[in-house]
Write a protein that binds this ligand. Sequence first.
Ligand code: MTE
Ligand code: MO
Length: 315
Amino acid sequence: MLIRRKPDIPSSEITDEKVYWNRRAFIRAAAGAGALALGAPVVNRLVAAAAGGRRDGGGQQGALEDKLNTYEEITTYNNFYEFGTGKGDPAKYAHTLRPRPWTVEVTGEVHRPRVYDIDELLKLFPLEERVYRLRCVEAWSMVIPWEGFPLASLLERVEPTSHARFVEFTTLYDPEQMPGQRRAVLPWPYVEGLRLDEAMHPLTILAAGLYGKVLPNQNGAPLRLVVPWKYGFKSIKSIVRIRLVREQPRTTWNLVAPHEYGFYANVNPDVDHPRWSQKRERRIGELFKRPTLFLNGYADQVAHLYAGMDLRKYF
Ligand SMILES: Nc1nc2c(c(=O)[nH]1)N[C@H]1C(S)=C(S)[C@@H](COP(=O)(O)O)O[C@H]1N2
Ligand SMILES: [Mo]
């Protein structure tokens, strides 16, 4: 079972997040702004089952038991180097990003390449809520209620050719909107990639909102990738191009430090980062570190994608 429907989360988990429950208001507001989910009568509450509460997986815990991080935590502590390298920088500086108007080009090895206006795109695919863990390679983590749709829905629509084997993603390049790009801290624009089967997996989503609100700039507005079993850096933000390709694409962090950041970047407590351990993580908001779960707790759903691969070599 890939995705578990969870109708009720105890309100004690989210008492300070009243707006989160105001689903109808969210949809109305989004429709009014022409921003999100027109034609989506219901936003489904879907929760990734993870290795959820199973007693066999060596004490693995699922996202179902995990407490959500607060809206404040999720939107004020993260990485988005286009706005600076500090964890507080995106929240401080991302106001210069203009997420409308915005286009997303879907191109490459596809039969129906297209440039989508973001609002047009969001009318095509109803948003669902997905509660996913995010595990940063720097050994901190959060639990985030995203609003998004499966990347597979978009890819199916453009009809990949038989040559398509990988998907390349590109972030906006515009130093005026993204002042961090004026400094060569990373090669710009930020790029990422997935194998086609990873991209087509139902856990892989494009997110346009969180906590029932339109995605804040600092979290990758207007559209960003979320791949919950991989380190956070795979989840590229503010996407302008999705290209299906024959060869494994280059990825920003792999270009910068290939011995530290691989193409796969699967969350793996057994493969340490050369400069620190990946065995444990600090859940933002918690005092004590907790053990990191293989594939971030999503092994039941995605381990088959890596059957027979040496995950120390393909890290
Ligand atoms: N374009 C772009 N996307 C990016 C990054 C970035 O610097 N630029 N940082 C990545 C990293 S390292 C992490 S951990 C996540 C963190 O952001 P989130 O908490 O909003 O998911 O975004 C990822 N996506
Ligand atoms: Mo990260």
